[in-house]
Design a protein around this ligand. Structure first.
Ligand code: AMP
Length: 115
């Protein structure tokens, strides 16, 4: 296991408000929400950033992350009105935690472009 805060959430060493869990994916509420609904969807294996993803190696896992996003959006009733999925990568992308995660944001009209 790695040493990011998300590794400790996966191993249940620290608590999180978990909204979805499967064999390979975990999703929990962001501790500092930027929208009425703000969920982080993460693979249980440690992939630091988008830069370490390869289609041939991670295609199934990536599909599971998107399936989880759709499932959670429906469950939390933000699917119909729409939502945003964001993956920050590296310093310029604004990434703070180096364990791949997809932000699922919804429940309000989101502006574009991001800051
Ligand atoms: P990023 O900037 O894309 O790396 O996003 C990291 C996100 O993790 C931020 O939105 C933080 O609010 C969130 N975060 C950090 N620690 C925790 C935690 N213990 N539980 C839930 N969310 C967290």
């Amino acid at each position: 296991m790695g040493n990011t805060i998300f590794s400790k959430i996966i191993s249940k060493e620290i608590p999180a408000d978990i909204v979805f869990e499967s064999e390979n994916v975990l999703a929990f509420r962001d501790i500092s929400p930027k929208a009425p609904t703000h969920i982080l969807i993460i693979p249980k294996i440690e992939i630091p950033t988008v830069r370490e993803i390869s289609g041939s190696e991670h295609a199934v896992l990536l599909g599971e992350l998107f399936d989880a996003a759709n499932h959670i959006a429906k469950e939390l009733k933000i699917a119909e009105e729409g939502f945003r999925l964001v993956i920050n990568c590296g310093a310029n992308g604004g990434q703070e935690v180096y364990h791949l995660h997809m932000h699922l944001l919804g429940g309000r009209k989101l502006t574009w472009p991001p800051g």
